[in-house]
Every structure is written in structure tokens, then in C-alpha cells.
Write a new protein. Structure first.
Length: 64
């Protein structure tokens, strides 16, 4: 597993800490991981489509 260090506004950090204290989450990192997972899931197809279109363009008009 890899680590990522994230800086966030005090207000967001305080809200995460309140969620931990209330027992909604075990640690703020859980929310960050879920947010990243959702972002990647929702944007993954856009990235793949963009890469495919670039490959097709290169295949049709490449410099070879």
C-alpha cells in the first residue's frame, strides 16, 4: 500500500475529525480513499476514451 500526504482547509479537517468522534468513520483517510475511488470511477471512462482517440489519430496520421 502507498501513502499520500494531503493538505486540506482547517474547516474540512475539523468536519472529518467530528465524523471520527461521532463514530461515522474510523479515520479521515477512509473518506479520502472513498473520494479518490469515486473520482477515478467516474472519470476513468473519459480518460480511456481520450487515450483511445489519441491512439487512433496517431494510427491514421502518425509520423512513422
Amino acid at each position: 500500500m502507498k501513502s499520500i500526504t494531503v493538505e486540506c482547509p482547517d474547516r474540512i479537517h475539523d468536519q472529518l475529525e467530528q465524523m471520527v468522534q461521532a463514530g461515522w468513520i474510523k479515520a479521515p483517510g477512509e473518506v479520502v480513499i472513498e473520494a479518490l475511488r469515486r473520482f477515478l470511477e467516474s472519470h476513468g471512462s473519459d480518460l480511456k476514451e481520450s487515450q483511445i482517440l489519441k491512439d487512433v489519430e496517431w494510427g491514421l496520421h502518425g509520423d512513422d
